[in-house]
Design a protein around this ligand. Sequence first.
Ligand code: ADP
Length: 161
Amino acid sequence: MKIGFYPGSFDPITNGHLDIVDRGSKLFDKLYVAISVNPNKATMFTADERVALVKDVLKDIPNVEVIKSDMLTVEHCKILGASHILRGLRAVTDYDYEFQLTNFNRKICDQIDTVFLMTEGQYSFLSSSSVRELAYFKGDVGPFVPKVVKIAIQKKIMEMK
Ligand code: ADP
């Protein structure tokens, strides 16, 4: 059984992430989507909120399981029996960071490799940070995130005021 592991902050999940999960789920028998918990990183949504949102968005993809991750990615892969880390690539600006991360992970554990899916052209400009920025300034995030995420963002912004 081929198991993949797609880690990220997903703060919040966007249509770009969704596209990577959708296509990635066809490459593996099982794909874990791992929401990273990093207490040093300020996030708009708590880890539990991100997990709940991602679960809701991905509920119709049967071989995908959403989990929280608060350990080294390769360690978590080993525990789950995942052979590959899945990541998405947008523009060349992602390349440096992903190249460094991939090599770092391979240095720690050369049994686990990273595979990349190129974003669909329409999502190449899309990031969670631009969605958060747009929401803060009352822009319409509707075209960029699933409906449940849009509703959650609106609620969050109201609470922040
Ligand atoms: P991280 O903090 O780990 O970068 P993100 O949630 O920002 O977490 O991203 C997780 C993964 O999803 C990364 O590999 C990132 O390149 C990819 N990704 C994010 N947005 C998109 C998008 N619009 N299209 C394709 N891949 C994306």
